[in-house]
Write a protein that binds this ligand. Structure first.
Ligand code: M5T
Length: 229
């Protein structure tokens, strides 16, 4: 969820540092076992860093929604981390302006009521609170509990389901409603892909498809196989 700004990625590639750490460990291990006086250069020849994202380009207009999909490990989280500035591209350019908020799949729940967990220190404003609750579809969740949003959550938030926790986390992040914001949604739900302005399908860090839903159906009729797993 970006403040109303456009977002552009141009031929972006990236690798995780942990991967480089592992690489150096591997080099050190191999160097230990090398015969004395041998050329250390030779031990580097078959070691290389595999990028987690390769040559990704996209353009998201102000206020538009991008859906990112792809099988597990395809690089969806890495792409979001890169847009948040936590993973620095090794090649290419990222361009955007304004503030970015991020709502993860599993959000952190603190001991307190559901309402406390949503407000997270902000003052209660009935109109604003109710509209956020509606937007995050939390009304039905509240109906399950006799004390509604005054229900106390224990540490770890075990009384909420995964989906409910995600909705509480989203409500915390949606301080203003998002309709006019530039949005990136990681999803494999067909309904969300249909509603998105642009779709990016990742596969092993590569762009398998980028475009609109109708282009996706035409160019990649087999795409649903990639959404599973
Ligand atoms: C892609 C590695 C991960 C995998 C590859 C977030 C993160 C990922 N990776 C790291 O080394 N460090 C990190 O902090 O990157 O992983 P991903 O981007 O998490 O893939 P995904 O979001 O498409 O997967 P999933 O299972 O959440 O759908 O090699 O080890």
């Amino acid at each position: 969820n970006l403040t109303t700004t456009e977002l552009e990625l141009v031929n972006v590639s990236a690798s995780w540092d942990e991967g480089i750490g592992e690489l150096f460990e591997k080099i050190q291990q191999e160097n230990k076992s090398r015969p004395p006086h041998s050329d250390p250069g030779m031990f580097f020849t078959n070691l290389y860093v595999t990028p987690v994202l390769r040559n990704i380009s996209l353009y998201l207009e102000k206020g538009h929604m991008l859906a990112v999909a792809g099988s597990t490990g395809s690089g969806k989280s890495s792409l979001l981390m890169m847009i948040l500035g936590e993973l620095v591209p090794s090649e290419g350019k990222i361009r955007h302006s304004g503030r970015i908020s991020f709502s993860p799949q599993t959000s952190w729940i603190m001991p307190g009521t559901i309402r406390d967990n949503i407000l997270f220190g902000l003052t209660y404003d009935e109109y604003r609170y109710t509209s956020v609750i509606k937007a995050c579809q939390l009304e039905e969740d509240f109906a399950e509990f006799p004390e509604k949003d005054k229900t106390h959550l224990v540490e770890g938030g075990v009384t909420l389901s995964g989906g409910q926790r995600a909705r509480v986390g989203l409500a915390r992040c949606v301080c203003k409603l998002m309709a006019s914001k530039t949005r990136i949604v990681v999803t494999s739900k067909l309904d969300h892909l249909k509603r998105a302005d642009k779709i990016l399908l990742l596969h092993n860090g590569d762009c398998y498809f980028y475009g609109t839903f109708s282009e996706l159906q035409a160019k990649r009729p087999d795409f649903s196989a990639l959404l599973l797993g």
